[in-house]
Design a protein around this ligand. Structure first.
Ligand SMILES: *Cc1c(COP(=O)(O)O)cnc(C)c1O
Length: 386
C-alpha cells in the first residue's frame, strides 16, 4: 500500500458519508441499537462494534486504521495523550512481581511511570544503557516481562539496535515496546525489525500542528484487544472524535511536512556544526555521532530535533534563548513552528536526575516548517549574543 493511499483513502468510507471528502466528526457518545439482538451482539463484540465512544467511534477508527497501516501493524489504538499510550502498553504487560527493563534516558513521564508509580503495585524497573545490546542482556532477569525502548530519545538522541534487542528479548519471551515518536513510521519501522509494540506521542509529528494532544499504540490485534479490555476501557484515556478528526487532517501532510523538516534540519545542522559558540551538536546524523553506523542502518529519515551544547555559561544560555526571534520557547516539539527548549529552564521543576546526565548548557531545537534561511539567520544573531 503506498503512503498517499494510507494517508488519503484508507479507512474512509465516503460512499456512506454523502461522498464527503473530509470525514464526518461522529460527535456522539453512544450509538442506538435497532434490536435487542443487535445490542447483544454489540455488547459481546465491543472491540469491533459502535456501541459507546469510550470504546469505539467511527471517526477515531479511521485514525486507528491509518496508524496501524503506517506502522505495518495488525491494529492500533489511540489515546488522549502519548503518556496514556505508554502507560496502557506497560500496564497491559506487567503484573505485581514483574520486572521491567528500560532505556537509561526515556521520556520523563515514561521514567515517572516506571520509577515512581509502578513500584507501588509491585512492579520494579531497572534502567539500562541500551546503546549496548550486551548491557541490555545483563539487565534482564528471569522475571523480566517487558523491555521499554525509545530510539532515538528526544533530548540526546541515543539509539538502540532494535533488531538485535528484539531477537534477544524474543528468545526469552520478553515483550518489547519502542517509543517511535522521534522517527515517525516514515523514518523507522520497529515492528519489521521484530519489536512487538510501537507507541507514539501523536502530539508531535503525527498530528503535527501543535493543536492536539494524542497518543497511539500499534501491535498485533490480540495485544490491542488485550489493551482495549484492560487499561483502555478501564482508565478511559481516549481521544475525542474531534481531536481524532484534527489528527487525521494533520496526518494528510505527514510526508510533505517530514520532507521539508528533514531538509531544513540538515541545513540548520550544517550551520551549527561549524559554529564556534557550539561545543557539541547532538544529532543522529552528525559527522562525529558515535552511533553513526546504527543511524545509517536503522533511521531512514532526518527528523527535526537536534540539541546544541553552547560554549558559554547559564547567563549565556539565557541571552541566546531570550534573543531568539523566530524560534518560540516551549516544551513539546513536532509542530509546524520551530521551538527552543533550554535544559536550564526545565531542570528545576522536573526530572532533575533525568537531565543531570546532560550539560546544563544544552538547548534542544525542534525545526518546523519556516523558511530554513530565516531560522539560520535567527540562530546566527542569537549566538552572537552569548
Ligand atoms: C511528548 C512525548 C511523549 C508523551 O506524549 P504526550 O502526547 O505529551 O503525552 C512520549 N514520548 C516522547 C518521546 C515524547 O516526546
Amino acid at each position: 500500500m503506498d503512503l498517499s493511499h494510507i494517508l488519503f483513502h484508507l479507512g474512509e468510507e465516503r460512499a456512506r458519508w454523502e461522498h464527503a471528502i473530509a470525514p464526518p466528526v461522529f460527535q456522539s457518545s453512544n450509538f442506538a441499537m435497532p434490536t435487542v439482538a443487535a445490542m447483544r451482539e454489540a455488547m459481546a463484540g465491543e472491540y469491533d462494534a459502535h456501541l459507546y465512544t469510550r470504546g469505539n467511534n467511527p471517526t477515531v477508527e479511521i485514525l486507528r486504521r491509518k496508524l496501524a497501516a503506517l506502522e505495518g501493524a495488525e491494529d492500533a489504538l489511540v489515546f488522549g495523550s502519548g503518556a496514556a499510550a505508554v502507560a496502557a502498553a506497560v500496564l497491559a504487560s506487567v503484573r505485581a512481581g514483574a520486572h521491567v527493563a528500560c532505556v537509561a534516558k526515556p521520556y520523563s513521564w515514561t521514567r515517572g511511570l516506571l520509577r515512581d508509580f509502578l513500584p507501588r503495585f509491585g512492579v520494579e524497573t531497572d534502567f539500562v544503557d541500551a546503546r549496548d545490546a550486551g548491557e541490555v542482556e545483563r539487565g534482564l532477569r528471569p522475571d523480566t516481562a517487558l523491555l521499554v525502548l525509545e530510539s532515538p530519545n528526544s533530548l540526546t538522541f541515543e539509539q538502540q539496535d532494535l533488531a538485535a534487542i528484539a531477537a534477544l528479548a524474543r528468545s526469552r519471551g520478553i515483550r518489547t515496546m519502542v517509543d517511535n515518536s522521534y522517527a515517525t513510521p516514515l523514518g523507522q519501522s520497529p515492528l519489521a525489525l521484530g519489536i512487538d509494540v510501537v507507541v507514539h506521542s501523536g502530539t508531535k509529528y503525527l498530528a503535527g500542528h501543535s493543536d492536539v494532544v494524542m497518543g497511539a499504540l500499534c501491535g498485533t490485534r490480540a495485544f490491542c484487544e488485550q489493551v482495549f479490555r484492560g487499561p483502555y476501557m478501564t482508565l478511559g484515556a481516549i481521544l475525542s472524535p474531534h481531536d481524532a478528526w484534527l489528527a487525521l487532517r494533520g496526518l494528510r501532510t505527514l510526508e510533505v511536512r517530514m520532507d521539508r523538516i528533514g531538509a531544513s534540519t540538515q541545513a540548520v545542522a550544517a550551520f551549527l556544526a561549524g559554529h564556534p559558540k557550539v561545543r557539541r551538536l547532538y544529532w543522529p546524523h552528525a559527522a562525529d555521532e558515535p552511533q553513526a553506523a546504527l543511524t545509517a542502518r536503522q533511521l531512514r529519515r532526518v527528523g527535526g530535533l537536534l540539541s546544541i551544547d553552547l560554549d558559554t555559561d547559564l547567563d549565556g544560555v539565557e541571552r541566546f534563548c531570550d534573543g531568539l526571534q523566530r524560534f518560540l520557547m516551549a516544551v513539546s516539539w513536532g509542530g509546524y513552528e520551530s521551538l527552543a527548549l533550554p535544559v536550564a529552564g526545565v531542570r528545576d521543576w522536573r526530572g532533575r536526575e533525568a537531565q543531570s546526565a546532560v550539560p546544563v548548557t544544552l538547548v534542544r531545537l525542534s525545526i518546523g516548517l519556516e523558511d530554513p534561511q530565516a531560522l539560520i539567520d535567527d540562530l546566527a544573531q542569537a549566538l552572537e549574543r552569548i
